[in-house]
Design a binder for this molecule. Structure first.
Ligand code: ADP
Ligand code: MG
Length: 343
C-alpha cells in the first residue's frame, strides 16, 4: 500500500521551501498553482522570471522537500516559466508591425462573434488590407474551422509561430494546436500565457489590422488583452434579446473602464427571413440599436438569422468569400469599410 499525503501536508511542506534568491517561501510567493494527488503527486508551479535556472532550482528544491514525507507515491513537478508580467503602469505595449488591433467581443456566447470576426477579416482583406485574425477563444476556438484551416502551424528557429494564411488572412487559433476534438485543458495562468503567445510570439508581420476574436464575457483572457495590448477599439456583437444585451452591457463596461473605444454594436440573428419573404423576429427586435444609443456608440446594423451564414462557416469558406454579393456579405463589407477608415 502506498501512503498518500494530504494536500495540506504538502502545502505545509512547501511553505518551508524558499524561492531561489529570496527568504520568502514559494507558497506565500504564490508560485504553487496546483497540487493533485492521484497515483502520482503532481505539483504545478508558475514562475514569472527571465532566468531559466530558477525553474530547475525550484524543481530540485520541491522534489527534495517532498522526500521528507517518506511517501512512495511518485512526485511530478511541473514548472511553468512565464515572462514577468508588465506592471500596469507600463500600460499596453504595441505589437511590432501591426498598425491597429480591433477586438470582437460579446457578453454572451454563441451570438456570432467568430462568424462576425471571420467575415469582417476577409472583407477587410478584400479591400486590399493586410489582415490577421487571432482566435483568442482558447476554450472554444472556431476560427480555424470557419476558415477551413487544419494544418499545424510551423515555428521558425526561434520558436516563433508562422500563422497559416487562408482566404487572404493570417490566422492563429488554438484549433490549430489541438488534436481533433480534444478540449484545451488550461489552468488560469496558462490561459494568460497562451494569450500573450498568440499575440506576441506569432510572426504576424506587417498588418494593417489584427482582429481578435474574443471569448464571451469578461474573464482572464479579455483582461489580459485590454491591459497589455493597445486596442484601437472593440466591436460588440449581440443578439436582440434581453439576456444577450445585459451581458453585452457588461462587456461594454469593461472596455469603457479600460479606455478602449467601442467602435459599435453589431446585432446578429436579428430576424429570420422565411422562404416566403415573411420576417420573423425570433430574438425580439431593436435591442441592439437601443443599446448603442444608450452607450452613445455607433450602431453597426442588424444581420439576419440566415442558414447560408452557418453553412458557409461550417464549410470553411466564410460567406463573404463564398457569396460576396449576398446582402449579408454586403453588410459585412460596409462594416469593414467603416472599421478600415479608423486608422
Ligand atoms: N446570422 C447567423 N445566421 C445563422 N447562423 C449563424 C449566424 N451567426 C452565427 N451563426 C451560427 O451560430 C453559431 C454560433 O456562432 P459563433 O460565431 O460561433 O458564435 P460565438 O463566437 O459568439 O460563440 C455558429 O454555428 C454560426 O455558424
Ligand atoms: Mg466564438
Amino acid at each position: 500500500m502506498k501512503s498518500q499525503p494530504t494536500e495540506q501536508q504538502i502545502r505545509d511542506l512547501l511553505s518551508k521551501v524558499p524561492y531561489p534568491g529570496f527568504s520568502r517561501d514559494i507558497i506565500s510567493f504564490g508560485v504553487v498553482r496546483g497540487i493533485t494527488i492521484d497515483s502520482e503527486i503532481s505539483i504545478q508551479l508558475v514562475v514569472a522570471t527571465n532566468d531559466t535556472a530558477v525553474a530547475t532550482q525550484l524543481r530540485e528544491r520541491v522534489l527534495q522537500a517532498m522526500t521528507s514525507l517518506g511517501s512512495d507515491v511518485p512526485v511530478k513537478v511541473q514548472v511553468d516559466v512565464q515572462a514577468p508580467v508588465q506592471n500596469a503602469s507600463q500600460g499596453p505595449v504595441p505589437i511590432p508591425g501591426v498598425r491597429q488591433i480591433i477586438a470582437v467581443a460579446s457578453g454572451k456566447g454563441g451570438v456570432g462573434k467568430s462568424t462576425v470576426s471571420v467575415n469582417l477579416a476577409v472583407a477587410l482583406a478584400a479591400q486590399g488590407l493586410k489582415v490577421g485574425l487571432c482566435d483568442c477563444d482558447l476554450y472554444g476556438p472556431s476560427v480555424a474551422l470557419m476558415c477551413g484551416v487544419s494544418e499545424r502551424p510551423y515555428a521558425d528557429e526561434e520558436g516563433r509561430i508562422i500563422p497559416p494564411e487562408r482566404h487572404g488572412i493570417k490566422i492563429m487559433s488554438m484549433g490549430l494546436l489541438l488534436d481533433g476534438d480534444s478540449p484545451a485543458l488550461l489552468r488560469g495562468p496558462m490561459v494568460t500565457r497562451y494569450t500573450q503567445q498568440f499575440l506576441r510570439n506569432v510572426l504576424w508581420g506587417d498588418l494593417d489590422v489584427l482582429l481578435l476574436d474574443l471569448p464571451p464575457g469578461t474573464g482572464d483572457i479579455q483582461l489580459t488583452i485590454v491591459q497589455t495590448i493597445p486596442l484601437a477599439g472593440a466591436v460588440i456583437v449581440t443578439t436582440p434579446q434581453e439576456v444577450a444585451l445585459i451581458d453585452a452591457r457588461k462587456a461594454a463596461s469593461m472596455f469603457q473602464k479600460t479606455n478602449v473605444p467601442i467602435l459599435g454594436i453589431l446585432e446578429n440573428m436579428a430576424c429570420f427571413i422565411a422562404p416566403d419573404g415573411s420576417i420573423h423576429e425570433i430574438f425580439g427586435s431593436g435591442g441592439g440599436e437601443k443599446e448603442a444609443v444608450r452607450l452613445g456608440v455607433p450602431f453597426l446594423g442588424s444581420l439576419p438569422l440566415d442558414p447560408a451564414i452557418r453553412i458557409a462557416s461550417d464549410s470553411g469558406t466564410p460567406l463573404v468569400v463564398s457569396s460576396p454579393q449576398s446582402p449579408t456579405s454586403e453588410h459585412f463589407t460596409k462594416v469593414a469599410t467603416s472599421l478600415a477608415s479608423l486608422g
